[in-house]
Ligand binder design. Sequence first.
Ligand SMILES: Cc1cn([C@H]2C[C@H](O)[C@@H](COP(=O)(O)OP(=O)(O)OP(=O)(O)O)O2)c(=O)[nH]c1=O
Length: 209
Amino acid sequence: MATPPPPLILASASPRRLALLEQIGLKPDHLIPADLDETPRRFETPRALAGRLAREKAEAVRKIADKSDDLKPALVLAADTVVAVGRRVLPKAELSDQALACLSLLSGRGHRVFTGVALATPKGAVRSKLVETRVRFKRLSRSEVDDYLASGEWRGKAGGYAIQGLAGSFVVKLTGSYPAVMGLPLGETVALLSGAGFPVRAGWADAAA
Ligand SMILES: Cc1cn([C@H]2C[C@H](O)[C@@H](COP(=O)(O)OP(=O)(O)OP(=O)(O)O)O2)c(=O)[nH]c1=O
């Protein structure tokens, strides 16, 4: 009989990350969010920040898993999304003023979305990948911004918008990975998992059901 795959832990509180994994037939056995200080370091680039936070989230949950016999053999998957204009990292908007500032900056301009994804193995090794996506928004009128702010969809989102929702209508160009902007680059996630021996296509036979 084939050996069962190791448990998979998604180190995330983000419902989008879970939905994206499920989209490709992967169902994590456990959801354990990492609680980290996400403040950029001095002189840290947006790219370096996304990579570091993804790895730190995986490492933090690896430590939690190591304390339990059931979770010790698990693979821990984590990700982090950073929205940047030049070297400037935009906040995860919690207040409407923050979202307004983000949208005013993004209006009619290009920006970059950096998404780090990291996988911690039971032996403590951490492998990671970084995906850069360029996104351009159309010029936003004041009433478009006001209506978007009223929607509340920006809350808790890096850069004050969610591409998978109403703000999808702001995008005029995207070069890179759409799922990475939502929170998880799927091709890179699969590459990390299969590199660790995880059977990434085991659930595909049931996908059409
Ligand atoms: C740009 C963008 C971000 N986002 C979200 C994805 C992430 O949830 C969030 C970026 O913050 P993250 O720190 O990457 O993730 P999180 O704190 O929400 O979840 P966790 O650390 O527990 O995994 O912004 C979208 O949903 N759509 C978008 O278009």
